[in-house]
Every structure is written in C-alpha cells, then in structure tokens.
Design a protein around this ligand. Structure first.
Ligand SMILES: C[S@@+](CC[C@H](N)C(=O)[O-])C[C@H]1O[C@@H](n2cnc3c(N)ncnc32)[C@H](O)[C@@H]1O
Length: 256
C-alpha cells in the first residue's frame, strides 16, 4: 500500500504546514493539492491511498474519501464523561478499567475502544493503541490529533504488529491488554466500517500474541469476539457470561 499525504483545497498556511509536518514525521511523501481532484493527486503521486489532512483527517482510497471518526466511541466516551449510568458499556464492564490505569489496545482499528479507555483512565492514565495496517494507523493517529478533548490527546497510536511489539515490551508494563481482532464471520460490517474491513489486518489472533500479552499485563488480558465466539473457541478460552442477545463476547485471562 503506497500512502501519500495531501490537503483539502485551498489550505491555510497553518493547515499546509501541519500536513507537511505530519508527512515528514511519518516518512510519507507530501503532494500539494492545488486544484487537482484526489484521484489526480493519487495518480500523479503513484499512491494507492491518500491521507487528506485539514481540520479533519480523511482517507481517500479506491475513489472515495472518508473522514476519520471513532465510530460509536465518541458517544460512548461522552456518556462516560457525563457520568451517565443508564447505558451499560459492555467493553468497560468487561475491562474494569480504573482511573490511572495503563491500557494497551493491541487492535486499535478506528480507535473507538481506545477513546473510551482513555476517558475511563483519566488524566493519570495512559492508552497505547497498536495498529498493524500502516494506512489505518496513520489515519487514526492524525484523526486523534485533530479530535478535541483531553481523552483523545491521551491515545498514543503506534503503527506496529502486536505480536512483535509485545515481544519487546517489558513484563507487567500495562494494567490491561485488549484484543479486538477482525471478525471473519457473522454480521456484515456497517458501511462506515468499509475501509476498516478492506484495509484492516484480518489475521486471526495468535496463541503466541496472547501468551506475550499475559506477560505484559499486570491484571489481565481482555479478548473480544463476535457471537457465537468461534475465535475464542479456537483459542480454547471461555467467554464471560454475556448479556442476553449480545453480539459481542468477552473473555478475560489473568496476567501471568
Ligand atoms: C475489529 S478492529 C478493532 C476495532 C477497535 N476495537 C475499535 O474500537 O475501533 C481490528 C483492528 O486490529 C488490527 N489488527 C489486526 N491484527 C493486528 C496485529 N497483529 N497487530 C496490530 N493490529 C492488528 C486490524 O488492522 C484492525 O484495524
């Protein structure tokens, strides 16, 4: 996947400078937009995808442009920040995060769970999100950088394969480690997740990564799966009791 950076039409000097700085930091080529369509920019740049950086971070791929947003994560984080207790967040319920926790999200995706975790752990906490798709990691990283709020600023996005990253991570360096791998079965993805589905790393969660995560965790490892829990079954781990009709299952493994 060849990725390049550009801007919306007629960027202000500040927007242009910020986009160029992001491209340099990510070692990606920068191409001025001028009056060209994104298809023309991509064609001239020889790129498969474009990160379009303005007030928002958009990704152009295969003829369509999509603005980054953390899915339902925005609403879930808002409910949490406002202390709303009537809606249960099944991820938070399963992860039992506390203020000050350090959380490692090994499957960042568009970052919905990471934003919720960053809200739950508060100013004294830390959230690192690993994403192995370079395009998704760059898109989410630039998206978080443009999302207002201190929780968004707390999410550190790292472009890395989690099995490799975990191998080098110190023992017991995060309170909770989270995995939410791509589902290879079940429900069709909602249209807004089309790019995630197409660009995401669909490799199944490995036993090796899980074992490494248990070493890196202080309290434990949370694994999410879609019903009926085929991946959990493949890994030989039992789901926690879920709510009736839930489309997501969670399993908890204590740290080593
Ligand atoms: C289902 S999505 C995660 C959604 C995320 N929990 C959220 O709330 O938006 C799974 C993501 O994990 C990434 N992924 C899969 N295998 C990975 C690996 N070995 N290392 C890092 N990221 C991986 C995929 O590219 C995809 O973006």
């Amino acid at each position: 996947m060849r990725l390049a950076v550009t801007t919306p039409f007629e960027p202000s000097p500040a927007v242009l400078e910020r986009a160029q700085a992001a491209a340099a930091r990510r070692a990606l080529p920068f191409h001025r937009r001028a009056t060209r369509s994104l298809a023309e920019v991509a064609g001239d740049a020889g790129a498969d995808a474009l990160l379009v950086l303005g007030a928002h971070a958009s990704l152009w791929f295969d003829g369509s442009e999509q603005r980054w947003h953390p899915g339902m994560g925005g609403l879930r984080a808002k409910r949490l920040a406002q202390g709303e207790r009537t809606t249960v967040d099944s991820f938070l319920e399963a992860a039992r995060l506390a203020p000050g926790d350090a959380v490692l999200d090994c499957t960042l995706g568009l970052g919905a769970d990471a934003l919720v975790a960053a809200t739950a752990v508060g100013a004294g906490g830390r959230v690192v999100g690993l994403e192995s798709s370079p395009a998704l990691a760059a898109w989410a990283g630039e998206g978080f950088a443009r999302l207002p709020g201190e929780a968004a600023a707390r999410v550190e996005v790292v472009a890395a394969d989690h099995a490799t990253w975990l191998a080098a991570a110190p023992d017991r360096s995060f309170d909770v480690v989270v995995f939410d791998p791509m589902f290879r079965h079940g429900r069709a993805a909602a249209p807004e997740f089309d790019l995630l589905r197409r660009l995401g790393d669909a490799r199944p969660l490995s036993r090796e990564a899980l074992d490494r995560a248990r070493r890196v965790a202080r309290r434990g490892v949370l694994v999410k799966d879609g019903t009926p829990g085929w991946d959990l079954g493949r890994l030989g781990i039992a789901p926690m009791d879920g709510r009736r009709g839930a489309q997501r299952l969670y399993a908890w493994l204590d740290a080593d």
